[in-house]
Ligand binder design. Sequence first.
Ligand code: ADP
Ligand code: MG
Length: 402
Amino acid sequence: MDIIVRKYGGTSVSTKESRDLIAKDAVELKRSGKYPVIVVSAIGRSGDPYATDTLISKLTDVAQDVSTRELDMIMSCGEMISASIMATTIASKGEKAIALTGFQAGIITDDNFSSANVIEVDTNKIITHLKKDEIVVVTGFQGISKSGDITTLGRGGSDNTAAILGSALKAESIEIYTDVDGVMTADPRIVPDAKVLSNISYDEVYQMAIDGAKVVDHKAIEVAKDNGRILKIKNTFSSSEGTIISSDELVDKSNIDKNLITAVTARTNVSQYTVNIDSKDEKNETLLVDMEKRGISIDLINFFDDRKVYTINTKDMNKMNLILEKLSLKYFVIEDCSKIAVIGHRINGIPGVMKRIVLALHKRKVEILQSSDSNTTIWCLVKSGDTKSAIKILHDEFELSK
Ligand code: ADP
Ligand code: MG
């Protein structure tokens, strides 16, 4: 059975025209002898009536402290609406189709509501319907806990559903359709001449996803890598070739630029704390222990004799302020910074990359608040107002649109 899994994001399913296009493609695929499994996200973006953010606001309008179980319950409705509309659209074009919820599709998760982990997939029901020559439409982003509660898989979770189902069904192809031509050298909304990467390794695109390129979810990449499945990222609205994500050995090197750098991305909502504390002070340890206890994860970190500099997610600021005040520590915060990532698996051991980054930003008066590097990535923290210009400057510096 040649199964093809195709996932469509919120903008891809947002209009009748786009849903007609998707349905037509699914019908053609079926008639060519393949077995399509279509994974859909909720229809539209924030503000649209059934979009995930709109559904969340139905609860947060009622109370501030909403239970994540109830949030998952309401959020899951978005994909159910989308899946049943999509199955009906496909059926209206003359092929049999059926919509399945995460539960019906056999996606079993733990009960970590709003960010559940898939622990098991029972594909029996999907296979039964495929054998009946039905095109199966599955709700993305959701599963069911062992105790029978609806769970969701976290933001970007529909990509994860596609990778999980594609792996469990041993699909011939897993295709993630979105509103851009593939994985690009930068977010095309920020850098209009960003270039599509025809091939990229799991590891590089994983780093991009972690560092803010929302084009594909990091968990989906992890699942595909663990199961040795290739992911294809394509544009719902064009016939461009898209991006193939695979292991480094399979990446077609002839198509890759000679570029040292693959992409520039940014993660927003990072806050930088400078804490005035002497290295010998016992409160250093207490601070770290308290942060861990409160679930605050530290990102960048720099130690000086008289001060320590941490970056944390902005959402954790209230908790961080409370801890520091309780310890009577003096501190200074720069709220809402962005962590710019310059990613390239070939930068390892090549001198001068950091110099080029620092000089390029300095010349254009973008202040680097903090920086760090690994074998594959150089990160620079900048003020949020500098995010877009820093991305553009670095994209230009490494000539990524060439
Ligand atoms: P979907 O709803 O289809 O899942 P997303 O909004 O999650 O779509 O992801 C697609 C968006 O990701 C694009 O519209 C684009 O603006 C953004 N994006 C950010 N970084 C990149 C990048 N490096 N390459 C491609 N798209 C990117
Ligand atoms: Mg997405």
